[in-house]
Design a binder for this molecule. Structure first.
Ligand SMILES: Cc1cc2nc3c(=O)[nH]c(=O)nc-3n(C[C@H](O)[C@H](O)[C@H](O)COP(=O)(O)OP(=O)(O)OC[C@H]3O[C@@H](n4cnc5c(N)ncnc54)[C@H](O)[C@@H]3O)c2cc1C
Length: 244
């Protein structure tokens, strides 16, 4: 299918801020970022780094007047984008193309299941930011350690389960499918056993195999409405630049 080329934006790193042991915020500024046009939660861009690799990252915050965005990057140690982010310094240059991504439609669901690993935590938090206060949210976030739970804005009707993998530390070669506890498994196992309100909407993203397992469960065992279940693999064990 023909795809209209997305506008590109030359950007420069202006700050890096560690958020957790595995997630770092990179603040980027660029002269055209006032026109980025972020309209709804979960929108993302292709980040192209100087060595040429392009990878998808969620716009966590857009400040059009300041011509700035924040992207929160998992430092998993095993790919060009993660390596670039781990040493990024103010003045480093990159390019963004986008934004991309559809608005997740939760209809008039009273309950929302929100599930993410670290790669999808930034997007999940944009969903949370954009929800009406009347929606009850059951959030499940897989993280490396208990200390990696992020402070969340207080909100009525939010129940959050932080799921620490509690590895001594992540394997420097990155996460692999044959790890004894591969990333994503804890999230999937927890959701397979979780109470899910009938008729709930769902937004799930993270490691592709784990996301596919949960999606199947929600549609077949829990009979959630298909058009209200938004599930996307953000990366896949052993695959560079995975596209779901
Ligand atoms: C719509 C969308 C939005 C996304 N938003 C974000 C975001 O806001 N923040 C973010 O950090 N990521 C986000 N991602 C995921 C990110 O694009 C991928 O993790 C990407 O593969 C990272 O590129 P890389 O160059 O670091 O690794 P790659 O070269 O793509 O992969 C190299 C190796 O690293 C492994 N790997 C890739 N990602 C991870 C990971 N997270 N943990 C462990 N191992 C990994 C792969 O399995 C592969 O073996 C998003 C993806 C999509 C599709």
């Amino acid at each position: 299918m023909f795809r209209r080329p997305r506008p590109t934006h030359d950007v420069e790193v202006i700050a890096t801020t560690p958020l957790t042991s595995t997630l770092t915020r990179i603040t980027l500024a660029g002269p055209t970022l006032s026109e980025l046009g972020i309209e709804h939660p979960t929108q993302w861009v292709k980040l192209t780094i100087p060595e040429g690799a392009s990878r998808a990252y969620t716009i966590r915050h857009h400040r059009p007047a300041e011509r700035e965005v924040d992207i929160d990057v998992v430092l998993h140690g095993n790919g060009p984008a993660a390596r670039w982010a781990s040493v990024a310094r103010p003045g480093d240059r990159a390019r963004l193309a986008g934004p991309r991504g559809r608005r997740p439609d939760f209809g008039d669901a009273a309950d929302l299941l929100l599930a993410a690993d670290e790669s999808a935590l930034p997007a999940a938090l944009t969903v949370l930011d954009g929800l009406p206060a009347t929606v009850r949210v059951f959030a499940y976030f897989e993280v490396a350690t208990a200390a990696d739970a992020l402070p969340l804005a207080s909100r009525a009707g939010l129940t959050t389960a932080w799921l620490p993998r509690d590895e001594p530390r992540d394997d420097p070669r990155g996460s692999r499918r044959d790890d004894p506890r591969p990333k994503g498994r804890l999230l999937a196992d927890t959701l397979l056993a979780a109470d899910v309100p009938a008729g709930a909407a769902a937004w799930i993203a993270g490691e592709a195999t784990a996301v596919a397992t949960v999606r199947r469960h929600l549609l077949t065992d829990r009979a959630l409405p298909r058009d209200r279940v938004h599930a996307k693999g953000y990366w896949k064990h052993g695959e560079a630049d995975h596209k779901d």
